[in-house]
Ligand binder design. Structure first.
Ligand SMILES: [Zn+2]
Length: 407
């Protein structure tokens, strides 16, 4: 731990300014001041009176961005055997019901956020249970844990045990937005209708209005499973799933749409026009046998995409494992997946000062063990190494939050 407000980190650095332009720089001295990178020097240029920590042969990389997960499902990860809708009924809803008890919520949030951080995630977009006051508990834990988070409790009018009048949801949300949203560049609020089937058209429209008026994020699921889509089209008398959200004003440039496996061609055009983000959740899609997102074709169409761990259908918060799984699904070059998990994720969340090792950017890093081989081979090593985690340190805002001993 370096106590000073100004210090240097000496390391190799890997970052990904563009999807196909990975950048590997050896022997950099990063000046960090008040939580930001303020200079990039050669190690021999570091002034002798300023504290410096030499991390070599380790590599610094921008911290991982996970744009779709459920901290509340941490304890029911990996419950195999069912497709989406019965899986929700059997495992997820009963577990989320337990979050009525805020002391239980606090315990699970501590476990979940510590786990994410230990794996190198420094910015997460998470959905909570349908209890609005869990958000305050979650943000208090985030505050202590130290990462950045975009959180929302899910809006649900059914099943009935979760139902809450729309006016009540709106007034809760307004209070929380006023208190938390944008605070310290670390706490952000998302309006989060769980998915179309949990809400009426009136509830979705209210959520859309609120997001527009307050300028906050929208976080939801879309087109994950064919049975779900059929039921949405029937219930909303709509010609497509995305039309249901668009009518409600929920497709914005700050909207995260998890899955999108079955979005049709004209829906993709609509999502592109609205500049919404499709969050690719490869582990969860395969776990529930929902289907596979043709992500490269989305990218080719100019749609904004990002990666999500989607715990608990995804069985791990570890973004290196999500990258691994995305690679197995489509064999995209690893550097492109690292882009998605760092700079691409930051841009998808409209946070342009995150995700690069550059002067003026926040000092949010994951530190990865060094190794033999070319730089592209190192990416493979970090993704496919089985025996031990390559993560040896995590820093957010210039503060060490996890060290080798703890991860
Ligand atoms: Zn999800």
């Amino acid at each position: 731990m370096i106590p000073s407000e100004r210090f240097f980190l000496i390391a190799h650095a890997a970052d990904f300014p563009e999807p196909d332009a990975p950048r590997f720089r050896r022997d950099l001295a990063l000046e960090v001041r008040n939580g930001k990178i303020t200079g990039l020097l050669r190690p021999e240029q570091v002034p002798p009176d300023i504290p410096a920590m030499d991390l070599r042969p380790a590599w610094i990389m921008p911290g991982f961005v996970d744009l779709h997960t459920h901290p509340v499902q941490h304890r029911v990860r990996g419950r195999a055997g069912l497709p989406l809708l019965p899986w929700l009924e059997r495992y997820v809803f009963p577990e989320e019901k337990r979050f009525e008890d805020l002391s239980y919520a606090e315990i699970v949030f501590r476990e979940a956020f510590a786990r994410m951080l230990g794996h190198g995630t420094t910015l997460v977009a998470g959905l909570l249970s349908a209890h609005p006051d869990v958000l305050d508990v979650a943000f208090e834990v985030v505050k202590e844990t130290g990462l950045r988070a975009i959180l929302g409790w899910v809006w649900m009018e059914e099943p009935e045990d979760f139902a809450r009048p729309v006016e009540e949801m709106i007034s809760f949300a307004r209070r929380q937005i006023a208190f938390w949203h944008g605070r310290e560049d670390r706490f952000f609020f998302a309006v989060a209708p769980r998915f179309a089937l949990s809400c009426s058209p009136g509830c979705l429209a209210a959520a859309g209005n609120l997001a527009r008026e307050e300028g906050v994020f929208v976080h939801t699921h879309i087109s994950e499973n064919p049975d779900e889509i059929r039921e949405v089209l029937r219930r909303f008398h709509a010609s497509s799933y995305s039309e249901v959200y668009d009518r409600a004003g929920l497709l914005t440039d700050r909207t995260f749409l998890a899955h999108g496996v079955y979005l049709w061609a004209r829906e993709l055009d609509l999502v592109r026009e609205r500049r919404s983000v499709v969050v690719h959740c490869p582990t969860a899609n395969d776990f529930l046998h929902s289907g596979r997102l043709p992500r490269q074709s989305l990218r080719a169409r100019g749609i904004r995409t990002a990666l999500g761990s989607d715990v608990g259908a995804g069985w791990t918060f570890n973004m290196l494992h999500v990258i691994r799984h995305a690679y197995l699904v489509e064999r995209e070059p690893l550097h492109r997946l690292f882009y998605d998990a760092t700079r691409g994720g930051a841009l998808a969340a409209s946070m342009d000062r995150l995700g690069l090792v550059e002067s003026g950017f926040f000092a949010d890093f994951v530190v990865l063990r060094g190794g033999e081989g070319t730089e592209e081979e190192l990416l493979s090593l970090w993704v496919f190494e089985e025996e031990r985690s390559p993560v040896v340190g995590v820093m957010v805002n210039g503060r060490w939050l996890a060290h080798e001993a703890a991860v």
